[in-house]
Design a protein around this ligand. Structure first.
Ligand code: ZN
Length: 124
């Protein structure tokens, strides 16, 4: 990723700096709902990592069996958000619902899609 591919946006999706193409604009709410639900989250990464996406395609929570998950505070399985079209209201509502059910998770699998992983800052 290059610096010219980055943009600063408000939680409502208004571009403050930089440029976003339509393919990026449609996923802003997917990120902003995490920030709105979890004030302790300082950063979010969305990825289509093949390993994580395999669990998302299978609609299976990612079990906490790898030491790095524990080191980064993920003591419980990474939950799966039910499928909804990318960036849709259904998808965003489902993300918020799973976060409400799993208030300490540091990631969610997006069914048939990929992963959202969060960096949490303690004391926020
Ligand atoms: Zn994606």
């Amino acid at each position: 990723m290059r610096a010219d591919q980055l943009a600063t946006v408000t939680l409502d999706g208004e571009v403050v700096e930089g440029n976003l193409g339509p393919e990026s604009t449609e996923i802003i709410a997917m990120h902003s709902t995490v920030y709105a639900t979890r004030p302790d989250v300082a950063a979010i990464i969305h990825t289509h990592s093949p390993a994580a996406t395999a669990f998302a395609l299978a609609h299976q929570p990612l079990p906490c069996r790898a030491e790095p998950l524990l080191r980064f505070g993920q003591a419980k399985p990474v939950p799966v958000v039910a499928w909804g079209p990318r960036g849709s209201e259904v998808s965003v509502r489902s993300i918020a619902s799973v976060l409400a059910e799993h208030p300490t998770t540091n990631a969610v699998l997006l069914a048939n899609h990929g992963l959202l992983a969060f960096a949490v800052v303690s004391g926020r």
